[in-house]
Design a protein around this ligand. Structure first.
Ligand code: NDP
Ligand code: 2IT
Length: 445
């Protein structure tokens, strides 16, 4: 690491030492940027890294709502507007009890580079709340979303900041949020993405993150003389990203043998029946454990970690941050895993990532591998501006082109600046170069 990147990281730790996820994400990024800094000494004089790691704005607010018993509940809301050098802030909203400023800042920092990699004009932001949608009625979720938007609306807009879904935020929540934004502002505008198809949503947005993950993973495999057909695949999670990753990788000729939720995992050696998972998760909002009632030949195991001990060729972590630690990475490596594609944001710890790279496992980092969701969100913004909707095939074809383009960029940056095949460095560097150039052009802002 250069003196400059190390100094910025040290300063960050000093001021945000308690934000462990944020420091983790910043460490991964800063430790790979040295070759860029070496070629651009002007960045240090411009204080570019100090500005890059500091969000432009972090909004923290009270979200009061009334539960079905008439009791007032209070949650904490967040929106971190991280970087607008290349476009309006763009990034999801997460509803999960674990949400805190560190998690939203790590997600925002990642989002800046991810959005840059898509090649589309979107800056980076992220938000959410420690509200737990699990076990809440539709009416409770609606009242929460309405209260959340009653504060958020003044900070967002179609050319300002455009939120979308993330953990705990799907079509239902986006609908309630959109309705409240429209009611307060009187504007019918593309202020959120992931909208329903009857009110401005884009075809293929729901599928985009999972499909995009598979397009990028396949591009990485092919560039290294391999492919998906005949592979055994393990996917963690059973939410939006996991379900559509399962759908696409199966269509590509892979066999998915396991999926999970935060309680445990199911193992189905005959191949996961995705219609059963969709019914459980998208329609009935039930636990993955119920899968074995519909498919008695499958087995359920309580606890999440064990899923990484199942032998597979391709691992697609699609649940949450730090779900693969060093021990899980080593178990995957010992069982012969060939490729890891990160569908979730930062699912591998720094030690796990290092273990995969040392073992020469092909490793597609989240900011490249899961960029398909936000890419199609940006396409949704384009369609809203045009007041047109494109066909599923058109959006899907653009998504595939974008993901293949991202792989080409991270592959080239790895070769030019770091080590061939080091897609972690490649993604950080390729994403950063565009943001850095735009920030330099816009002066010390
Ligand atoms: P969903 O809420 O649809 O699904 C999340 C899944 O992950 C659920 O199966 C959930 O289980 C599991 N999960 C969540 N938190 C934990 C936890 N702490 N421990 C174990 N399992 C957990 O979210 P998404 O599918 O949208 O998001 C999954 C990941 O993908 C996240 O990291 C998100 O940031 C990332 N992502 C999402 C994009 C999108 O377009 N939606 C785009 C790019 C990245 P349970 O139901 O039990 O909580
Ligand atoms: O992490 C992510 O990229 C997302 N949750 C999607 C963001 C978006 O604006 O579509």
């Amino acid at each position: 690491m250069s003196n400059y990147t190390q100094r910025v990281l040290d300063g960050l730790k000093e001021r945000n030492g308690d934000q462990k996820e944020f420091i983790q994400a910043a460490t991964e990024i800063l430790t790979t940027l040295q070759p860029v800094i070496d070629r651009h000494p002007e960045y240090e004089r411009a204080g570019l890294l100090e500005r890059y790691v500091e969000p432009e704005r972090a909004i923290l607010f009270r979200v009061p709502w009334i539960d079905d018993q008439g009791q007032v509940q209070v949650n904490r809301g967040y929106r971190v507007q991280f970087n607008s050098a290349i476009g309006p802030y763009k990034g999801g909203l997460r509803l999960h009890p674990s949400v805190n400023l560190s998690i939203i800042k790590f997600l925002g920092l990642e989002q800046v580079l991810k959005n840059s990699l898509t090649g589309l004009p979107i800056g980076g932001g992220k938000g959410g709340s420690d509200f737990d949608p699990k076990g809440k009625s539709d009416n409770e979720v609606m009242r929460f979303c309405q209260s959340f938007m009653t504060e958020l609306y003044r900070h967002i807009g179609k050319d300002v900041d455009v939120p979308a879904g993330d953990i705990g935020v799907g079509g239902r929540e986006i609908g309630y949020l959109y309705g409240q934004y429209k009611r307060i502002t009187g504007l019918y505008e593309g202020v959120l993405t992931g909208k329903g198809l009857t009110y401005g949503g884009s075809l293929a947005r729901k599928e985009a993150t999972g499909y995009g993950l598979c397009y990028l993973t396949q591009a990485m495999l092919k560039a290294n003389g391999m492919d998906v057909p005949g592979s055994t695949v393990v996917i963690s999670g059973s939410g939006n990203v996991a379900i559509y990753a399962c759908e696409k990788i199966t269509a590509m000729g892979g066999k998915v043998v396991a999926m999970s939720d935060s309680n445990g995992y199911v193992y189905d050696p005959d191949g996961i029946k995705l219609d059963v998972v969709k019914q459980l998760k998208e329609v009935e909002r039930k636990r993955i454990k119920e899968y074995v009632s519909a498919v008695p030949t499958a087995t359920y195991t309580e606890g999440c970690k064990g899923i990484w001990t199942i032998p597979c060729d391709i691992a697609l972590p699609c649940a949450t941050q730090n779900e693969i630690d060093e021990a899980s990475a080593k178990a995957l490596i010992a069982n012969g895993v060939k490729a890891v594609g990160e569908g979730a944001n930062m699912p591998s710890t720094l030690e796990a990532t290092a273990a995969f790279q040392a073992a020469k496992v092909l490793f597609a980092p989240a900011k490249a591998a899961n960029a398909g969701g936000v890419a199609v969100s940006a396409l949704e913004m384009s369609q809203n501006s045009q007041r047109l909707s494109w066909t599923f095939e058109e959006v899907d074809a653009r998504l595939k082109g974008i993901m293949e383009g991202i792989f080409a960029k991270i592959d080239a940056a790895a070769k030019e600046y770091a080590t061939p095949g080091d897609y972690v460095a490649g993604a950080n560097i390729a994403g950063f170069l565009k943001v850095a150039e735009a920030m330099m052009a816009q002066g010390a802002v």
